[in-house]
Design a protein around this ligand. Structure first.
Ligand code: ATP
Length: 533
């Protein structure tokens, strides 16, 4: 007898007002497999998974779990059906321990000692079975992002999930953490668990999945065996046209220095020195890429230049010193001076989520004469410009009246990019430009960045994606622990060398790279711990 699918969705449809987010979706996910789901931004992936997890009610369609028709009106019903979900934004209580988080909501009564002791045993077993080691007594707030994600997986397994849904799980991970996650997923598959993986990264699809389903504009366009497809074919199925997976650009023709930074320092509110004397220069007509593992001062570098935090040292823009604290040092002054900033976190820094898309397209620039008519804002003109920008950036749906929070993640990112790039700035600071963005949009965003470069602008790019750094940068600087570890030309370095620099290892230490990586990381952790004390 053939095995029943772990999950089968039949005819699932869901509309949000005029937006048909899911259209007659049919898909089967076989047990003991890793099933990838890919699709453009706004294609309907998160909506479909939210229906499966009981967050949304489908307008039509049926869900079968292990061959049995199952109603999933809420997440308790999903858990009871053996479905667990690991969200992009974790749902953990920061000042609770790992153990408390794992049993929270799953405990039979109050969190009493016997139930804690039993849970501790189960947790230990799960940790051993699946390479999911985390200290059960550690507070969540003290854990790295990768470890917090393991707690989310443990939570689902503790609730006896047989089917695990992961929504873009590697977006927030370092490459080493992502490798570890894949080993965990491999182990879960080997034990017969079923995994549904939503991702924009075709490399991950090719590496780990058995089957992949492609969504497009609310519909399911294809389900194929991973071994029988290629990244190019998947890209085409997803976007409906051929996509250039590589950036085509001519060599840069750098001009005069536009942004000159010397000995830039910044200490955060916990007393940790996040920038420890950064010096660099960006010329007109070039992209300087900053590579590094997240959390090594790259965000603070962009924030200090963009006027979001105070700093010391010096920043020259076209030869003129900018104030680094006090009057004239804020973001508005920097924008007026010609520095545009695409912050790393679109939801907290890039957009005001309850505001409409059109309001967000001028956010920060709303006092410009171009946005005013007499003493008032020229709303009609702003709305028209917003409509044009949304069409040009292919924001879906192209509706300027929709609140920012009602766009999918990738489309939110396009709204921020449209606002900043279209200002035609002298300097563009751009952090993680394609996080959560689909490959069609990545192609477009990369082209726009190169277009700005070729128009003579100075671009400072921060990305944790080494592929992106290599694709766009004319020079690459590597940051570790608040300092620039070195600078390389893309054609004379490789991922291995950059990886060592990203871990704080200099050429002179490279004889024993593993020992050197450990030494560097420990030094950094000790320094941060001292500052917190
Ligand atoms: N609560 C909501 N209200 C209104 N529209 C919504 C809501 N949630 C999603 N949508 C719309 O439904 C469509 C599908 O969104 P969904 O988040 O499922 O896409 P996605 O494939 O997960 O995209 P991404 O890759 O960008 O995360 C989008 O057009 C989105 O704007």
């Amino acid at each position: 007898m053939t095995q029943a699918p772990a999950i089968e969705l039949k005819g699932i449809s869901k509309a949000f007002g005029p937006v048909q987010a899911n259209k007659d979706i049919n898909v089967r996910v076989m047990p003991g497999t890793i099933h990838g789901i890919i699709g453009e931004n706004g294609a309907g992936k998160s909506t479909l998974m939210s229906i499966l997890y009981g967050f949304y009610k489908a307008d039509a369609g049926e869900i079968f779990v292990a061959g049995r028709k199952t109603d999933i009106p809420n997440s308790q019903a999903a858990i009871a059906a053996g479905i667990g979900m690991v969200f992009q934004h974790f749902k953990l209580v920061q000042n609770f321990t790992v153990l408390e988080n794992v049993i929270l909501g799953a405990e039979d009564g109050p969190m009493l000692r016997p139930s804690l002791a039993r849970a501790r045993g189960v947790l230990k077993q799960l940790s051993e079975d699946y390479e999911l080691s985390v200290d059960p007594d550690q507070l969540i707030e003290n854990l790295s992002v990768g470890h917090q994600q393991r707690v989310e997986i443990l939570k689902a397994l503790y609730r006896q999930a047989d089917i695990l849904i992961l929504d873009e799980p590697t977006g927030v991970l370092t490459p080493a953490e992502a490798d570890h996650l894949f080993r965990i997923l491999d182990g879960l598959r080997a034990q017969g668990k079923t995994i549904i993986l939503i991702t924009h990264k075709l490399r991950e699809i090719m590496e780990i999945t058995d089957t992949v389903s492609v969504m497009r504009r609310g519909g399911m366009t294809a389900t194929v065996k991973t071994a029988e497809t290629s990244p190019e074919q998947l890209a085409e199925l997803m976007v409906g046209r051929k996509v250039l997976l590589q950036v085509h650009k001519t060599p840069a023709r750098p001009g005069a220095p536009v942004l000159q930074i010397d000995d830039l320092r910044h200490t955060d509110r916990h007393g940790v020195e996040r920038l420890r004397g950064v010096s660099l220069t960006v010329h007109a007509g070039e992209v300087l890429g900053i590579a590094g593992v997240a959390g090594n001062g790259q965000s603070e570098l962009l924030e200090a230049i963009g006027g979001c935090v105070d700093a010391s040292g010096s920043i020259l823009l076209n030869g003129k010193a900018l104030p680094l604290s006090g009057p004239g040092s804020d973001g508005a002054a920097r924008r007026a001076a010609g520095i545009a900033h695409v912050p790393e976190d679109r939801q907290t820094e890039g957009l005001i989520m309850p505001f409409t898309a059109w309001e967000n397209t001028v956010f920060g620039y709303h006092r410009d004469p171009a946005c005013q008519t007499g003493p008032l804002m020229n709303n009609a003109a702003i709305k028209q410009q917003a409509q044009d920008k949304m069409t040009r950036y292919d924001v879906r749906p192209p509706n300027p009246a929709l609140a920012a929070r009602n766009f999918s993640g990738g489309n939110q990112q396009k709204i921020v990019l449209a606002r900043e790039i279209e200002r035609d700035p002298d300097v563009l600071l751009i952090g993680q430009p394609t996080r959560g963005v689909d490959i069609g949009a990545i192609e477009f965003i990369h082209k726009e960045i190169i277009r700005l470069r070729d128009a003579g602008k100075a671009i400072l790019l921060v990305s944790v994606e080494l592929d992106e750094i290599f694709a766009l940068s004319d020079r690459i600087a590597v940051m570790f622990d608040g300092k620039i570890m070195g600078e390389r030309a893309p054609e004379s370095t490789d991922q291995t060398e950059l990886g060592l620099l990203m871990a704080g290892v200099t050429a002179s230490q490279a004889g024993d790279p593993i020992a050197a990586v450990d030494a560097s990381l420990h030094q950094k952790e000790r320094r941060e711990a001292r500052a917190h004390d």
